[in-house]
Design a protein around this ligand. Sequence first.
Ligand code: NAD
Length: 245
Amino acid sequence: MRFEGKKVLITGATSGIGRATSIAFAKEGADVYVVGRNQNRGNKVVADIKELGRNGMFLQCDVSSPEEVEKIYEMMSNEGIIIDVLVNNAGVFITQSLDDMVFDDWSTTFSTNVNSVMLMTKAFINDLKKSRGCIINNASISGLDIFTSGTKNYMYGASKSAVVKFSKLCALNYAPDVRVNVVCPGIVDTELFTNRDFSRFDGVIPMGYISKPEQIAKLIMFLASEDADYITGAVIPVDGGMSLK
Ligand code: NAD
């Protein structure tokens, strides 16, 4: 029960890592604000949270939209809700070679993966200062300097690098009030991959298998917990060793 009485807001929380993290926080006592676009899926996550005896609320929001982010912040603020943990998790994965790249896809990638992190952080940072809370941003090993892979990873890789740098600047400028850390998953079995043939990753992960969303949730929760109270600006791969190759 590391998060008894804590309020956690997670974006992209209706599926995959965001969903698993929402449930994991609720299991440890937190009330969870589930941010996403799909009402039906959001309601299902909220029902699972309530089944665990916690408060859950679905907030419908396209996190790439400044107006919609502002709207959910105002709604929370009007209710007097001050969050303790913000998990910026929403993201898209679009791959194209430079030759085939379409500007709309570049734009969608950056507005979802990068703009949303800025918009959510800007909206909630003063509340997080009040609660002496923390932010965990979900980047990817694709955003790490040590890992450059793929002929089609331009948009995703560049967007996740931006998340890493933005997070470090926030960690620096909002210490000691707000800790800001980054998780960098490798390959996780989620809907992010439209190509479900994971055999293409055979042999590329030293630990020998692709991860489950719950394994990423464990790192996010550690970084949000008291056990990480001196950790800020950290960028941590959770990739079964994939970025070592
Ligand atoms: P996912 O597709 O299940 O989750 C992404 C979620 O973000 C979805 O629920 C989607 O609807 C939501 N989303 C997308 N655009 C949005 C928007 N504009 N507004 C609100 N919500 C939006 O996949 P996932 O793997 O759970 O992805 C979660 C995060 O993990 C992403 O940021 C992704 O880049 C990152 N990640 C995933 C992997 C992997 O292998 N699956 C690896 C590294 C990083």
